[in-house]
Design a protein around this ligand. Structure first.
Ligand code: C2E
Ligand code: MG
Ligand code: MG
Length: 646
């Protein structure tokens, strides 16, 4: 009886092709992928062995050489098959994200007992011949207990599949179906081959079923982010869901690069990604050295997540090392001013937080909610902070504030060196919530922008400031105008000029009593529409001021082209005047601005020293706590009456 070899022969190139795809698609990282590679490799070994064995036994009796070949490769075949079936079993643990259940050596030992017994049969087979015999006269012959070899394989494959079905909620339906099909197909092949040994179907059916896995289960585009050599953000979300479902205690480390957007704009996407890839590589090395079980995920452009399975692994210590490495001079191809600034938050899941959306949100927002000069925070501390509470209830706070008209305008006086008195003021919005108290506009304005409720707030600001101007005689108070902050969304509104015109008429306020504050990012983001609005409003007589100069990447050329007379230097520039570098930067900034004919307001001035320095540099106006905090309208008017009349 001759066996039909074609099927097995066919399976060999299929296995090889699958292996090639695995490497070409970079599916080599992570435990699941590694199991898969081992699985394919062993199956390929089994297929090749089977073919060689069958070929050796084609003509009987066997020559000595053929006898050796047949014996060696029949063992290769049985061994490859037995191990690969066991790997399939572990592969299922890995792909369902429940590997931790077999992490303990004792558990793994127990799971391997059937495999060990199985192996015992093979090892003793040369003496007992119960599984098979290879002799010169008869070639390969099955033994009386050949069924045992099949039974053990069945045991693992069946257990793996039952386990898979128990964990079905961890995977998509498509993946479950493919993995069950993998089982059904390879079992069908094995059963046919058991009863009809002349058909070598087993390995071809396994090969076909692996194609299913490649197509539907291990999809690198879902999992890995080739641009930086890490896993992808969607893989992070999936992994997080699994962790929450299994309630397996895990550490989730969020790293946020707070200057990512600026840096990317500055370096360009390609160089930026190469830089991130380099950082990810460093994190990889560092955590490896420290013996963590971890995976790294990247969310473009500002976040890296590390999921660490060891619950006692000292993340803080590792982060400290990371910063040390990171702040070393001479980073590859990157100067110190072109570095990302990372902030780190550690969450122990599910102890600290057990809600998926909450963990995702923390990853995106923690950096804004942690104390300004800290770089590392643990979730419990973050959650206890007031900013965190406020931000996590922002929807509710904003809705209530808008419905119940809880906003109020405050005014912060602005001093002119030249005239020796207060000549204008910035209108700043305030929100007092009955539950959370004072809510900073630095928190709720960006939130309102994101949630799309900034326009009604902006409308309130415009109306309230117009009312203030109409009720108070600015001239008599010594003021030229009031400064109003405009948000991006307001600048984008085509009806902004009409809105202002109507308000002006309603309250009898002329445009020269208002100075509109825009920021560089505002201007950068919108370009054309803003150009038109700027032109129209300038034509109507409104003036503009550029706010927050010195944050982000300021571009003198762009500033010089903007139709505005005044530039406001950000508080961060003033704060930096404490250092020699900072002083130099301020001095040069003031000089350059003067050279292109801009007037300057310094914001956030708190000390007499800074005030004097700024005066000597030639700065025109000062706004800051040194003179006054923002005041409620009534107090502000009192303040002016007291200080401007003297
Ligand atoms: P901004 O426009 O740059 O406002 C200046 C901020 O610096 C204000 O914070 C002000 O209170 C603060 N400040 C001024 N002098 C000092 C000082 O000497 N020391 C310190 N520590 N801070 C000082 P505030 O009122 O919390 O506003 C934060 C941001 O919220 C504003 O930054 C602005 O971007 C936004 N914002 C405030 N009111 C409005 C508004 O009516 N509309 C819009 N669209 N945004 C607003
Ligand atoms: Mg402002
Ligand atoms: Mg500002």
């Amino acid at each position: 009886m001759h066996t039909i070899l074609y099927f097995d022969v066919c399976s060999v190139p299929i296995f090889i092709m699958i292996l090639i795809t695995v490497f070409v698609r970079k599916m080599t990282k992570g435990m699941t992928n590694r199991f898969f590679i081992a699985l394919i490799t062993l199956s390929a070994i089994a297929a090749v062995s089977d073919v060689i064995m069958e070929l050796s036994c084609r003509t009987l009796p066997l020559t000595d050489l053929r006898l050796v070949l047949a014996t060696v490769f029949i063992y290769g075949y049985y061994f490859g098959r037995a191990v690969s079936i066991m790997l399939y079993f572990f592969f299922i643990f890995s792909i369902t994200g429940t590997w931790y259940r077999v992490r303990a050596a004792s558990v793994r030992m127990i799971l391997m007992i059937p495999f060990a017994v199985h192996m015992l049969f093979y090892i003793t087979n040369p003496f007992t011949g119960v599984i098979f015999t290879v002799t010169a006269e008869n070639g390969y012959q099955r033994g009386p207990l050949i069924g045992i070899a099949y039974a053990f394989s069945m045991l693992y494959a069946l257990a793996g599949t039952v386990y898979l079905l128990m964990c079905r909620k961890f995977l998509t339906r498509e993946k479950i179906v493919s993995l069950v099909a993998l089982y059904v197909l390879s079992m069908a092949g094995a059963i046919v081959q058991f009863f009809f040994p002349q058909f070598l179907l087993e390995l071809i059916s396994a090969a076909l079923s692996f194609i299913l896995v490649i197509l539907f289960v291990l999809r690198p585009e879902e999992i890995s982010d080739a641009s930086v050599g890490s896993l992808s953000y969607s893989a992070y979300r999936n992994e997080l869901k699994k962790i929450l479902l299994t309630k397996q205690k895990t550490q989730v480390v969020s790293i946020r690069f707070i200057n990512a957007y600026e840096l990317r704009a500055y370096l360009g996407q390609e160089k930026y990604l190469a830089y991130i890839a380099h950082i990810i590589q460093q994190i990889n090395l560092l955590f490896h050295k420290e013996g963590a079980y971890f995976d790294i995920y990247y969310e473009d452009p500002a976040n890296i997540y590390i999921i660490i399975e060891n619950k006692n692994y000292d993340v803080y210590d590792c982060v400290k090392r990371f910063y040390k490495e990171f702040t070393r001079k001479s980073e590859k191809g990157v100067s110190s001013s072109e570095r990302v600034i990372p902030k780190v938050c550690r969450i122990v899941v599910p102890d600290d937080v057990n809600d998926f959306d909450e963990i995702i949100r923390i990853g995106h927002e923690f950096a804004d909610q942690m104390p300004a000069n800290t770089l590392y925070i643990e979730a419990p501390e973050l959650i206890a902070s007031k900013d965190y509470l406020v931000v996590s209830h922002m929807d509710q706070i904003l809705n209530k504030a808008i419905q119940e008209h809880r906003f109020e305008m405050y005014y912060q006086p602005i001093y002119s060196f030249e005239r020796g008195k207060f000549v204008s003021a910035e209108a700043l919005i305030r929100l007092i919530d009955d539950e959370y108290g004072f809510v900073s506009p630095g928190l709720f304005i960006p939130a309102a922008e994101q949630k799309g409720v900034i326009l009604p707030i902006g409308d309130f600001v415009l109306e309230d400031v117009h009312r203030f101007i109409s009720e108070n005689d600015l001239d008599a108070l010594g003021l030229d105008y009031i400064e109003i902050n405009l948000s991006v969304a307001q600048c984008l509104q085509e009806e902004l000029p009409t809105k202002l015109e109507l308000l002006g008429e309603k309250y009898g306020v002329s445009p020269d009593k208002i100075n509109l504050e825009i920021t560089e990012t505002t201007y950068e983001n919108i370009g054309n529409v803003m150009d038109i609005n700027l032109q129209v409003l300038s034509g109507m007589g409104y003036t503009f001021l550029l706010d927050d100069y010195g944050t982000g990447y300021s571009n003198m050329q762009r500033v010089s082209r903007l139709p505005l007379k005044i530039v406001k230097l950000d508080k961060s520039l003033v704060d930096d005047m404490g250092s020699d570098d900072g002083m130099l930067i301020m001095r040069n900034t003031v000089k350059m601005m003067k050279d292109i004919d801009k007037e300057l307001v310094a914001e956030g001035v708190e000390t007499k020293e800074d005030l004097d320095q700024l005066k000597s540099m030639g700065c025109n106006f000062i706004q800051g706590f040194y003179f006054s905090k923002p005041l409620p309208a009534k107090d502000f008017v009192e303040f002016l009456k007291k200080h401007n009349s003297a």
